[in-house]
Design a protein around this ligand. Structure first.
Ligand code: ADP
Ligand code: MN
Ligand code: MN
Ligand code: MN
Length: 339
């Protein structure tokens, strides 16, 4: 009887930003990946005397690194009584997504990240001092603008091979900084695909002996931070401009609570400079990359579509971001209907 390898992947309890963890289970051919466990005392998820946590498989894809019949197994973390662990933000999103399923929410997430060297500076930064100022790097080409393209290409390839919903990639504003887009997909799907795409990025980077960080401000000074813009629509927004404006207003009613849950170090990134609105200020506008929420120009022209929440950090928890947006927009839409 043959066997295959299942790489179980989960989010841990590290503060202030959860880390990805994984380990391998050998499974007999023909059997599904079962519920499994791990030592929560090594991941900030349990005390040593009650260390067992449960891994519950929720999303399984082919493993593009190992190939053959091997798989990646994204898991929710449960307590031993099978209730969600306090660090399990996916379970909370599941509830919100089910409650507002009739809105048919869609998300497109723009995951920015930065390749770092061992000296702690971004790839493309000289050992001493700084590279030429920002300008030519975004969507650039050529050896003095672009750093790490071989890793980026390898990452895109494995994501597509695994069936993840990537919709594009681009070089970003700072040297060594890149972006991939996931979606549009439903709330749970987009977050699941994003976590596995993040995991594959870090895993592929190992093979190139480099490291990708989701740090929101990897270089201090006059350099763009790294975000995870969340593009969002409901079925109403995809039909009506008024619904898009109503969604902006709804987010405005909840903006501080959202910002406080959009990733560690957000006040250092949302400064009002570098294509951001200041973290404590709320605004929305057509084509405005200095606003909290941008309405793309095609959306104004077409009179329908989606909005872009520009505030989430690159290091955000996508399950939390999606939950915040679904709740803010759908709760207010529901209240308007019942008024
Ligand atoms: P930009 O860099 O100009 O902000 P991107 O092209 O990087 O824009 O990302 C736009 C994102 O919007 C894509 O991830 C896409 O999937 C997403 N998107 C497009 N249409 C919708 C929609 N109706 N609802 C939600 N997201 C959408
Ligand atoms: Mn983008
Ligand atoms: Mn970007
Ligand atoms: Mn964007």
């Amino acid at each position: 009887m043959g066997v295959y390898k299942a790489e179980y992947i989960w989010l841990d309890g590290t503060e202030p930003t959860a880390l990805m963890r994984s380990k391998t289970k050998i499974i007999e051919q023909g059997k599904e990946p079962p519920i499994w466990g791990f030592d929560g005392s090594s991941t900030n998820q349990a005390p040593g005397d009650r260390s067992d946590c449960v891994l519950d498989p929720v999303f399984i894809i082919p493993d593009p690194i190992r190939g053959d019949d091997n798989v990646l197994v994204l898991c929710e973390v449960l307590m031993t009584d099978m209730t969600p662990h306090p660090t399990n933000t996916r379970a909370l999103l599941r509830t919100a997504a089910e409650k507002y399923a009739s809105y048919e929410c869609l998300f497109g997430l723009e995951q920015e990240y930065t390749f770092m060297k061992q000296d702690g500076t971004p790839l493309g930064f000289p050992a001493n001092g700084y590279p030429a100022p920002q300008g030519p790097y975004y969507c650039g080409v050529g050896g003095s603008q672009i750093y790490g393209r071989d890793v980026v290409e390898a990452h895109l390839e494995v994501c597509l091979e695994a069936g993840l919903g990537l919709s594009g990639i681009n070089a970003e504003v700072m040297p060594g900084q890149w972006e991939f887009q996931v979606g549009p997909l439903g709330p749970l799907e987009v977050a699941d695909h994003l976590i596995l795409a993040r995991w594959l990025l870090c895993r592929i980077a190992e093979d190139f002996e480099c490291d990708a960080t989701f740090d929101a401000k990897p270089a201090k000074g006059d350099w763009n931070g790294a975000g995870c813009h969340a593009n969002f629509s409901t079925n109403e927004m995809r039909e009506s401009y008024d619904a898009c404006i109503a969604a902006c207003e709804a987010i405005g009613n909840h903006y501080l609570e959202m910002v406080n849950n959009y990733g560690h170090g957000i006040q250092d990134r949302l400064t009002g400079a570098h294509e951001t609105q200041k973290w404590d200020t709320f605004s929305y506008g057509v084509s405005d990359r200095g606003a909290s929420i941008r309405i793309p120009w095609q959306v104004e022209r077409d009179g329908k579509g989606y909005i872009e929440d520009r505030r989430p950090n690159a290091n955000c928890d996508p399950y939390v971001v999606a939950r915040m947006m679904v709740n803010a927009v759908c709760m207010d839409a529901e209240a308007l209907k019942n008024a």
